[in-house]
Write a protein that binds this ligand. Structure first.
Ligand SMILES: Nc1ncnc2c1ncn2[C@@H]1O[C@H](COP(=O)(O)OP(=O)(O)OP(=O)(O)O)[C@@H](O)[C@H]1O
Length: 198
C-alpha cells in the first residue's frame, strides 16, 4: 500500500502553472517533509494528495488505483487553522465523532478533556481545537496523514504534545506521514526524505 503522485502539475483557473512535474511516493511508516517558500503550492499539493483538488497534470494513485470519491478517505489532511476545519454550528462531540469514535486512550494521549466535548468550537483555544482535528483524522482506516503546518500556530509545549501523540499512533499503525513545514528543525528531526517546493 502506498500513495504515488507522478508528474503533478496544477494551476488555479486560467492562471499560470503553480507547479509542475512533482513526484512523491509515500510508503507506510515513512515520513516525508515538504518545505519551500510561501505561495509555491505546498498546501495545494496536499489538497491534491488528499483528493480535495484534481491535478491538472499527472496522476495520484493510492495502492495502484485512483482515489475513491466516496467513503472514508484513507488519506487524511490536517490543516494549519483548525477553526476553518470544523463546523462552527456543531459542538465538539459531534465534530469528533464525525468519522469515528476515538477511545479514551487516544483522547488522553492527545490531552483532550471530557468537558471540552460539550463546548462550541469558539469556546476552545487553537491548540485545544487542533487536538480534536488530529483525533478526528486518526480513524482506524487512515493509512496516510498529511500534516500541513499542523502545529505552526501553537506554543512549543502543545506542538511537542501533539507530535508525540501523532508519531506514537502512526508508529503503532504503520501510517505514512507528509509533514509540511517551514521549520527546518522539525523537518530534519522527523523526516526520512524531503521534497523542496520552488
Ligand atoms: N482557491 C484559489 N484560487 C486561486 N488561487 C489560489 C487559491 N488557493 C490558493 N491560491 C494561490 O495559489 C498559490 C499557492 O498557494 P498555497 O497555499 O498552495 O501555497 P503554500 O506553498 O502552501 O504557501 P504557504 O507556505 O504560505 O502556506 C498562492 O499564490 C495562493 O494565493
Amino acid at each position: 500500500m502506498q500513495i504515488e503522485a507522478k508528474g503533478i502539475g496544477f494551476r488555479y483557473g486560467n492562471g499560470p502553472m503553480l507547479f509542475q512535474g512533482v513526484d512523491l511516493t509515500l510508503h507506510p511508516g515513512e515520513i516525508i517533509g515538504i518545505t519551500g517558500p510561501s505561495g509555491r503550492g505546498k498546501t495545494t499539493f496536499c489538497r491534491i494528495l488528499a483528493g480535495f483538488e484534481q491535478a491538472v497534470e499527472g496522476t495520484v494513485l493510492f495502492d495502484g488505483k485512483p482515489l475513491k470519491k466516496n467513503g472514508y478517505h484513507p488519506v487524511q489532511l490536517i490543516f494549519q487553522h483548525p477553526e476553518k476545519a470544523v463546523n462552527p454550528r456543531w459542538k465538539m462531540r459531534k465534530t469528533l465523532y464525525e468519522g469515528w469514535q476515538p477511545d479514551q486512550e487516544l483522547l488522553d494521549l492527545l490531552g483532550i478533556k471530557q468537558e471540552w466535548l460539550g463546548r462550541w468550537p469558539n469556546e476552545l483555544s487553537g491548540g485545544e481545537l487542533q487536538r480534536f482535528c488530529v483525533a478526528r483524522a486518526l480513524g482506524p482506516n487512515t493509512r496516510f496523514l498529511i500534516a500541513d503546518e499542523m502545529t505552526t500556530m501553537l506554543d512549543a509545549i502543545t506542538q511537542a504534545q501533539i507530535w508525540h501523540a501523532v508519531l506514537e499512533i502512526a508508529k503503532k499503525r504503520n501510517m505514512g506521514i507528509v509533514v509540511v513545514s517551514h521549520e527546518a528543525k522539525l523537518i530534519e528531526r522527523l523526516c526520512n526524505r524531503v521534497i523542496q517546493f520552488g
